[in-house]
Write a protein that binds this ligand. Sequence first.
Ligand code: AMP
Length: 187
Amino acid sequence: MRIVLLGAPGSGKGTQGKMLSDAKNIPKISTGDALRAAVDAGTELGLKAAPYMTTGKLAPDPLVIGIVEERLEQADAKPGFILDGFPRNTEQAQVLDAMLKRHGQPAIDKAIHLQVEDEEIIRRLHLRAIKEGRHDDKEDVIRHRIEVYNAETHPLLAYYEAQHKLVTVPGVGTLEEIFKRVLSVLS
Ligand code: AMP
């Protein structure tokens, strides 16, 4: 099972991705988590990515593509994986498709879009700022991340729709309600 999770920042990709990863016993791969770990560790990747992350911009494609390519080659990702936060633009989606082909792996099965209204997104990101203290959950950065999502990531819905892989799930309600919907679109 090879899944892409789509949705604005704060739409629940991380949470639902983790639940799905536990239920299906396949890894969740989050480029955001990988980049934050690299920033914390002070690696070259982290140093390169940090200025983009703190301002809510997309990090350069080669950086995130490198992370995904390396991770997909690991044994635990061979039976399947859940991508959280990648692809983030059409270029990355095309590279992902080509990468799977090149590695002789089956294509993405489904792109699950967690749909949440902008106002709810802003509310959640403010809450997360208080709870987790993420540097990019600040008012102006939040706004910018939503703009970036709408401009660069939202077009991916059409990309996966054209491949007949897009399923949209309302991302509101309790975690269990949302997760039931996620499971039902996969069955
Ligand atoms: P996330 O945790 O997925 O919201 O990602 C946090 C930040 O990491 C984003 O605002 C970007 O700066 C960067 N990032 C994560 N994934 C990607 C990606 N696929 N392409 C470019 N930048 C990314």
